[in-house]
Every structure is written in C-alpha cells, then in structure tokens.
Design a protein around this ligand. Structure first.
Ligand SMILES: Cc1cc2nc3c(=O)[nH]c(=O)nc-3n(C[C@H](O)[C@H](O)[C@H](O)COP(=O)(O)O)c2cc1C
Length: 181
C-alpha cells in the first residue's frame, strides 16, 4: 500500500488541523497516511523505510519558521531529498489570493532560501488569526503586522482563513505526485 507521512510544525494547533485534513483526504483515497509533529519525529525518530513519500508543513512566525524546522531539514537532508515530495507554508498574509502564489510570498521564498532541503513542490495555505489565544506581546506584534497588511486588528478576532476545499485539492495533488513517483 502506498504510504505518505505528513510532518508538521504547529505552534497554536492550526497547522496540525490542516495536516489532519490532508491526512484524512489521502486516507480516503486508499493510501496509508499518518501525521507526526516535528518534535515527536525528532524525539522518536522516523522509520524512513516505512514511507513512500513525506510532506512537510510549517506555520510562519514573525516572518520565518521555528528554528527546529530548519534544523530538521539540515539533519535529515539526505532523507528529505530522497523522500519528501512537497512543502506547505501556513501564514495569514496568504489570506490575500495573490500571496498564495509562491513567487509573491516572501515567507515561502525564505524557506527555500534557508532550508537545506529544497522542495520541488510547494503550497501556501492561509492560516488563522486567533488573537484571544495569543499572549500580550504576540497580540501587539501581530496587530502591527495586520495593520501594515490591512488585516483585522480587533483583538477579539478569531478568523480561520483556510480554504478547506483547496486543502483537499492539495491532498489530491499529493496523491497524484506520490502515484507518479
Ligand atoms: C507569534 C506569531 C507570529 C506570527 N507571525 C506571522 C507573520 O509574520 N506573518 C504571517 O503571515 N503570519 C504570522 N502569524 C500567523 C500564523 O502563521 C497563523 O496564525 C498560523 O495559522 C499559525 O499556525 P499554528 O496554529 O499551527 O501555529 C504569526 C502567528 C503567531 C502566533
């Protein structure tokens, strides 16, 4: 049975939620598919032989990604080069359709620039604004980012910008990619 492992870094749980949607959609098409967060992958290790394909997703935090994401790609570069078929970036700037185009999204460009593993396939997914779940400083900082990018600045706002149909379409695309390999 063809198998896909979705690795993810999520700080507040939204990238985990998106990963779960991808996993379910891939499973519905008869493939074996599981998800694992990077911390668990780092602690428990990955049996790379078990998976025909690996996908990596991460949320954007202050214009970049958690350093564990880059460390993972550096440490497992050869395995990622051999097995990883796609990278997805979750960020709220991508609530604007033009920012979901890889060439227009500097966070995606930043990943490609800084990561030892250079993904051949990429996807940008709009994330979630969730002011109530953020601490005071994060709230102020993100409010500033939102002000600059004309997003919501009301600190009660909880807005899920993710297009779940598009997430399904991405999962279908991953199935086609792994099937073609
Ligand atoms: C501390 C922090 C910093 C963030 N910085 C950015 C940013 O620079 N640009 C952006 O588009 N989104 C930014 N976001 C929004 C997140 O990418 C978005 O909320 C995402 O859905 C979070 O995913 P998670 O719940 O998996 O951590 C930030 C969120 C947090 C909590």
């Amino acid at each position: 049975m063809t198998s896909v492992l979705v690795l993810y870094y999520s700080r507040g749980g939204h990238t985990a939620r998106i990963s779960r949607c991808i996993v379910r959609r891939i499973q519905q098409q008869g493939l074996k598919c599981e998800m694992m967060d990077l911390l668990e992958a780092e602690k428990e290790g990955i049996n790379w032989q078990e998976w025909d394909a690996v996908v990596l997703g991460a949320c954007v935090l202050y214009g970049t990604y958690d350093k564990s994401v880059f460390e993972f790609c550096r440490k497992y570069q050869s395995q990622m080069d051999a097995n990883a078929i796609s990278f997805f970036s979750v960020n709220v700037v991508a609530r604007k359709p033009e920012k979901r185009v890889p060439e227009n999204n500097r966070y995606l460009q930043k990943f490609i620039e800084l990561s030892a593993w250079k993904p051949k396939d990429v996807k940008i997914i709009a994330g979630k604004v969730d002011y109530p779940s953020w601490g005071w400083l994060d709230k102020q900082m993100i409010r500033l980012i939102m002000k600059i990018t004309h997003g919501p600045t009301n600190t009660d706002a909880v807005i899920d910008y993710t297009d779940y149909q598009d997430v399904d379409a991405y999962a279908d695309h991953l199935v086609r990619l792994v099937s073609a390999n």
